[in-house]
Design a protein around this ligand. Structure first.
Ligand code: PLP
Length: 418
């Protein structure tokens, strides 16, 4: 038997100022969903909006919809809706492409602004696609123009001045580490980079929609992020890119497409970039996907991001407390920082049987995920995760561990997506 006081958890839910947001979401039946850091849940409004865009807009109004339903403005209007969630004044954020492609654009643009410097610094355990983008660009431009230098996150934190110096062109950092959930002190690192003339690109994949972000106040140069994690935009939803206003006039990004042209419908043979953040666009926006993002973002209306952050940390602290109270803390080594200020909105645990345990949890309708080599990740999405959910998750985990049901062969089988 697990030792969990569900009456107390119900009281915490009743007192939760964000509790009402849960009803906006389609929560899979009898399920505790702790994977919103990988794919956020669907809101009822998003489902309705997609239906409407397909049937009434595309279906009835067809091509007239580009003007009639403002399809053509979606990248910027959605960008402006994301802006307050990441501490940006309007006109600096646009929704398009994937993080990977947006990083390629931001990296190229940033390097062009850094005459005579070629070093791009990133952390060795950054999300691999971020590093692949630097490697691909290095291949294209040559190492004299772009050279990746990987540093250990611990070394960067211990002595940023030694790592970022006058030879650094660009610092590419993900605020919250996808494996460990460690959150970097972005404001301090950006200040250090700027002090030696380096530019900073911030990846907000695990930040946007999970905690307050202050890009303008930090004076970040560029940022990218995705909308399918904490922003609930749907599988493969288009990402976003932020360019600080001060860089907009001298910018040049390499995937110069007609939607980034100053006048796309002039069909001019010579490329002339838009003077606005629209220059980060390349081709035609994915209207169905972007409409879903637009609708999903409405869940954040009236949300106080500090309140969201407080709940996120309260949920994670509760998870740790209940693991301890149920005698599970000894077998799961928490690899996330113990100080809440240094954490994102997830906890990661090392366990030699993490993969099988994750499969057994999913079978028991607790959706967590596994990251190689042996980490179990649980994500907290304050808009729809309740305190009772955390109790249910730990109770089910406790049963799995006591009965060792994860040892069943069917839980050992690896799937393509983990
Ligand atoms: C999820 C994630 C990505 C995903 O990139 P896409 O190109 O949008 O698939 C990139 N970087 C980080 C840090 C992530 O967590």
């Amino acid at each position: 038997m697990s030792s969990i006081d569900f009456a107390t958890l119900a009281r915490r839910d009743a007192d939760d100022p964000l509790a009402a947001k849960r009803s906006l979401f389609k929560i899979p039946a009898d399920t505790v969903y702790l994977d919103g850091n990988s794919l956020g849940l669907l809101t009822h409004q998003t489902a309705q909006r997609v239906q409407e865009v397909v049937q009434a807009q595309w279906g009835d109004d067809a091509i007239k919809s580009w003007n009639l339903h403002d399809w053509v403005d979606l990248p910027l209007s959605v960008g402006n809706k994301i802006a307050p969630l990441i501490g940006a004044e309007p006109g600096q954020v646009i929704c398009c492409d994937s993080i990977s492609v947006n990083l390629f654009k931001a990296l190229s643009a940033a390097l062009r602004l850094q005459d005579g410097r070629n070093t791009v610094i990133s952390t060795a355990d950054n999300f691999p696609t971020d590093l692949y983008m630097v490697q691909g660009l290095s291949e294209l431009l040559g190492e004299q123009r772009c050279q990746l230098q990987l540093v250990d996150e611990a070394d960067l934190l211990a002595d940023p001045q030694r790592v970022i110096d006058e030879t650094t062109a660009v610092v590419l950092l993900t605020e919250v580490n996808f494996r460990t959930g460690r959150r970097l002190p972005m404001q301090q690192l950006i200040a250090q980079a700027h002090a030696v003339g380096a530019l900073v690109i911030v990846d907000l994949a695990h930040s946007a929609g999970a905690m307050p972000v202050a890009l303008d106040a930090w004076r970040a140069d560029f940022a990218v992020g995705c909308t399918y994690k904490y922003l609930n935009g749907g599988p493969g939803a288009p990402a976003f890119i932020y360019v600080a206003e001060r860089h907009l006039t001298q910018l040049q990004q390499p995937i110069a497409g007609w939607f980034g042209h100053a006048q796309p419908f002039a069909f001019d043979p010579i490329y002339q970039p838009s003077p606005t953040v629209k220059q980060m666009l390349s081709g035609t926006p994915s209207v169905l996907a972007m409409s879903a993002v637009d609708a999903a973002l409405d869940a954040f209306v009236d949300v106080d991001l500090q309140e969201l952050r407080n709940k996120s940390l309260a949920l994670s602290e509760l998870f740790l407390e209940l693991l301890e109270a149920n005698g599970l803390a000894g077998s799961f080594t928490c690899i996330s920082p113990s100080t809440t200020a240094e954490r994102g909105s997830q906890l990661s645990f090392a366990h030699p049987e993490a993969y099988a345990i994750c499969q057994a949890l999913i079978d028991a309708k607790v959706i967590a995920d596994f990251r190689a080599p042996n980490y179990l990740r649980v994500g907290f999405t304050p808009l729809y995760t309740s305190y009772t959910d955390i109790g249910t998750a730990v109770a089910r985990l406790s049963t799995i561990m006591q009965q060792e049901s994860y040892r069943a062969p069917r839980f050992q089988q690896r799937h393509a997506v983990t």
